[in-house]
Write a protein that binds this ligand. Structure first.
Ligand code: MG
Ligand code: ZN
Length: 221
């Protein structure tokens, strides 16, 4: 019985997600669904991304948060449009929430929307919000066992960002085995090592975003 209910929810969500995707396509807007645990560094990564890319492409941010506007306030300082979604305790964003948020954005004046999902390694991966691609941030401090323990999010993502790489020597995180597990789960996955403190890998991440966004524009013309 429970399974049936979940299927209905996801079916309805997929319908709205497809509508979102159609709208974003029509407006030539690329959408990244940025996921990861609380504290993995999603907002810090986003702040560095905005600093590097906001003068190259027009970026807007949709911030998912359980109750607060703390992350949205950090993003606002970078002078880009930001829409806050408070899920009131809900543990993921769904397509209807993103649809509603996008209504407050001027899509004609935006090239890229980055959606920071609610911090959670589980259900954000189950809910398509109409994005072009999913990206997952895994911080070194979370442990190298997380890909195998939470496989869906790593299977669904086009890129895994291994963040806080600057402090790896203080942990027992095994980079080789994490990379191996990620590739086993998702053979095509792109893996980047980053630090938002030393800014290692940030350039690679930003270049990768630019190549993805450009690809979409090329495919359209
Ligand atoms: Mg955050
Ligand atoms: Zn959830």
């Amino acid at each position: 019985m429970k399974i049936q209910v979940m299927k209905n929810i996801l079916g309805e969500n997929d319908k709205v997600a497809d509508e979102n995707r159609e709208l974003f396509d029509e407006k030539n807007v690329f959408v990244i669904n940025l996921m990861g645990s609380p504290g993995s560094g999603k907002t810090s990564l986003l702040e560095l991304t905005l600093a590097k890319l906001k003068n190259k492409i027009k970026i807007a941010v949709i911030e998912g948060d359980l109750f607060t506007t703390k992350d949205a306030e950090r993003i606002e300082r970078h002078d880009v449009p930001v829409i806050q979604i408070n899920t009131a305790g809900g543990c993921h964003l769904d397509a209807a929430m993103v649809k509603h948020a996008a209504e407050s954005l001027n899509l004609d004046d935006i090239d890229l929307i980055i959606v920071e999902n609610v911090g959670n390694l589980v259900c954000p991966a189950e809910f398509d919000v109409g994005e072009n691609l999913k990206a997952v941030v895994l911080s070194i401090t979370e442990g190298d066992d997380k890909p195998m323990k939470y496989p869906l999010i790593f299977k669904e993502s086009k890129i895994a960002i291994l963040n806080k790489i600057d402090i790896i020597k203080f942990t027992n995180f095994n980079l080789e085995s994490a990379r191996e597990d990620l590739t086993t789960l998702n053979p095509g996955i792109k893996i980047i090592e980053t630090s938002c403190t030393s800014e290692e890998g940030i350039e690679d991440w930003c270049n990768w975003i630019m190549s993805e966004v450009r690809q979409l524009i090329v495919n359209k013309n």
